[in-house]
Write a protein of this length. Structure first.
Length: 303
């Protein structure tokens, strides 16, 4: 069975009347993607080097030392800058990490868990799953869970594939067991629950527009102020709708991107704006998924 069936209606005009904790209008999910060291690199035996818009020169067929250094900024500098800001606001986040990163710098995962953040799975490597065989994909899921559990002290309950999942990814996550949710969806702003032979599974949609990766696009964010304006505009709109129906906002962050000195202020301004306006429940994706699942089970029990 495949759970990647296209649905053009969704909740339609009648979204569930889920009440967020504290009667919040918007559940705000901050996702810190941890990928550094897991990108493609000829020096580690890959056919190509990772490409991003910050660096335009391509050292074809040769190791890209400059690109590797760009990624290394994330764990060396970016992580501490981001978590200090989150601690200042008392905001939890979900670290969506590849299994390889947990092997490369396990200290980060121990520190993040100690700060109250969630560790979720972002694949074994920073790669799509669309071309993998079933056995290869099953093995990557297993290795990812093992590595993150060893580094964080607890297994991940969430999963998000880089770019595209395969048609069987969700089935394999459910088969593996232990996963509460996955974020391999961009088609909604609210969670939904699918019923499986292994129990309920929550789909937690993700967003690519409220995401700092757009700093690296030619038509993306130019500076932190523009990033903040975009995030604040999204929150304000969801806040208005959240007076009648539940709303969720996903904000995608990357260690090596938003942490740059001219960008981090945009995240700070957004957090200040949300706190001042009120109505937000800042929560990990794990906690949002658990709350949604409990609420949906309650609705079924009352139907």
């Amino acid at each position: 069975m495949s759970f990647y069936q296209r649905d053009y209606l969704g909740y339609g005009a009648s979204p569930p009347r889920v009440v967020w904790p504290g009667a919040a209008r918007v559940a705000v999910s901050l996702v810190i993607n941890v990928e550094e060291g897991s990108e493609f690199s000829i020096r580690r035996g890959d056919a190509v080097n990772e490409r991003i818009y910050d660096m335009t020169a391509e050292p074809f067929r040769h190791p890209d030392i400059a690109m590797e250094s760009h990624f290394d900024y994330g764990p060396r500098v970016g992580y501490r800058r981001i978590v200090r800001l989150l601690a200042k606001h008392g905001v939890p986040a979900t670290l969506s990490a590849t299994g390889e990163t947990a092997r490369l710098y396990p200290w980060m995962f121990e520190d993040a868990v100690g700060r109250g953040h969630e560790i979720a799975a972002h694949g074994w490597r920073w790669e799509g799953h669309q071309g993998l065989s079933g056995d290869d994909e099953r093995d990557r899921i297993r290795k990812t869970v093992d590595a993150l559990q060893q580094a964080a002290g607890t297994p991940p309950v969430g999963w998000h594939t880089r770019t595209s999942a395969s048609p069987r990814t969700r089935d394999l996550l459910i088969e593996h067991g232990g996963f509460l949710y996955d974020s391999d969806a961009y088609d909604d702003e609210l969670p939904r629950v699918v019923r499986t032979d292994n129990g309920p599974h929550v789909i937690m949609p993700y967003a690519l527009d409220t995401n700092d990766m757009r700093f690296q696009l030619p038509n993306g964010f130019r500076d932190g102020a523009e990033f903040a304006r975009y995030l604040c505009a999204a929150y304000d709109w969801l806040w208005e709708e959240g007076g009648e129906v539940p709303r969720m906002m996903s904000v995608g962050l990357h260690l090596r991107i938003v942490s740059r000195p001219a960008r981090i202020g945009g995240l700070a301004a957004f957090l200040d704006h949300v706190v001042a306006k009120g109505g937000a429940w800042f929560a990990t994706r794990r906690d949002i998924a658990r709350h949604w699942l409990k609420a949906s089970e309650g609705e079924e029990g009352n139907s």
